[in-house]
Design a protein around this ligand. Sequence first.
Ligand code: SF4
Length: 63
Amino acid sequence: MRIGIDKDVCIGAGQCALTAPSVFTQDDDGFSALLPGREDGGGDPLVREAARACPVQAITLHD
Ligand code: SF4
């Protein structure tokens, strides 16, 4: 899986990091970032939940 984060759209709500903390974190500016080595989601089913939880649909998933 490839995870895309549109940083122009992200508002730093943090829902992704709360929902799937093994994959998403927040950078110094509060915007969503992928944890090192977890760019493919690591098979974590919570990645889909995180994409759904994002209030501005900034996360796109490509299988
Ligand atoms: S949930 Fe969406 S808006 Fe919030 S930090 Fe994650 S990608 Fe950005």
